[in-house]
Each structure stands twice: as C-alpha cells, then as structure tokens.
Ligand binder design. Structure first.
Ligand SMILES: [Cu+2]
Length: 174
C-alpha cells in the first residue's frame, strides 16, 4: 500500500490540510460511463498541495479491484506508487501525503485489463496539470468512437503517396 501519514515530501514544510474521498468501484457504475465494464464512481479527485489524502475504497464487485496512484516521489513511495487493494465486497482505507507541484496523477486498477475496461481516473494536486487522456466522464469514453473524419485521416499518407507517384509519372512523360 505504501501508506504515509507523517513523512513530508521535500518540497513541503508541513501538512497543509486533509482531504478524504470515498471512492466506490464496480460494474454498477459502468452504465454511467459508456464503453466501460466496471469503473469508479469518481474519476477526478482534487487535493491541495502538501495535503494528507485519505481514500476510503469500497469495492462493490465480486472481483478484486485496486485504486492505485502513480508518479509520487520515489523516496517516499516505492515505485512512485500508493495503492489500495480491496477484495470483492471489501472496503479498505489508506492515506498518503502529496507533494506541492501542480500535477495530474494517473489513478487506475492494475489488474489485467481492468484499466482498459474503465478503471482509470486522475488525482489533480494543486489544480493539476491538465486532464489525462481518456478518463471516463472527464476526457471521453475509453475507446474513442471511429468518426468518418478520423477514419479518413488514417488514409492521408497513402493518398499523398499515390498522388506524388502519379505526378512524378506524369512529369516524366512530358
Ligand atoms: Cu479492477
């Protein structure tokens, strides 16, 4: 889990405050987020710089799930990671202290295929550094729809190549 309730990040002089999130996970939240099989009920959490963040993680599914945040200082959190793992039906709580930088941290479930199936979120510290890619309910569905324009865009290099070849053949003939 790498819980940390008292060791300060080097850029913090004190714990600035406390925030607590109650995050639920399960298939029942997938209805709200098209394209997901199971997901979290909250996908964008905000914490002030140098705050003590507590996550109460409630797993409403029967399968195991995680709430895992990446990119934290490695001198405090092995692998730069803090994570909570809850077996089916369990609620597990954990706390960690965030640094002071404006940063958007990736949160996900690391079990095979779970992130791909919708278990992706973000933790914005000090306002964050922008939304992460493909966070359900924040920056679109996990699998972006195939729009005609997008499908056509894939053919642009081929079309250009054919046009260039055609032009060079025509020029040679003249
Ligand atoms: Cu999971």
């Amino acid at each position: 889990m790498n819980e940390n309730t008292d060791r300060l990040p080097r850029d913090c002089v004190e714990i600035s405050g406390q925030v607590e999130f109650h995050v639920r996970a399960g298939a029942e939240f997938a209805d709200t987020f098209p394209g997901s099989t199971f997901t979290y009920d909250q996908h964008s959490l905000e914490a002030p710089a140098c705050s003590l963040v507590t996550v109460v993680f409630e797993n409403r599914d029967e399968v195991r799930h995680q709430w895992m945040v990446h990119g934290l200082p490695r001198y405090l959190y092995p692998g730069g990671m803090f994570h909570i793992e809850a077996n089916g039906g369990e609620t597990v709580e954990g706390s960690f202290i965030v640094p002071s930088d404006r940063q958007s941290y990736l949160v996900h479930c690391d079990l095979t295929q779970h992130m791909e199936k919708g278990m992706k979120a973000q933790l914005l510290v000090a306002g964050g550094s922008g939304d992460l890619w493909s966070v359900p309910g924040v920056s679109g569905d996990f699998y972006p729809a195939e729009y005609p324009a997008g499908a056509l865009a894939g053919w642009i290099p081929v079309i250009l190549l054919v046009a260039l070849l055609g032009a060079s053949i025509l020029l040679r003939r003249n």
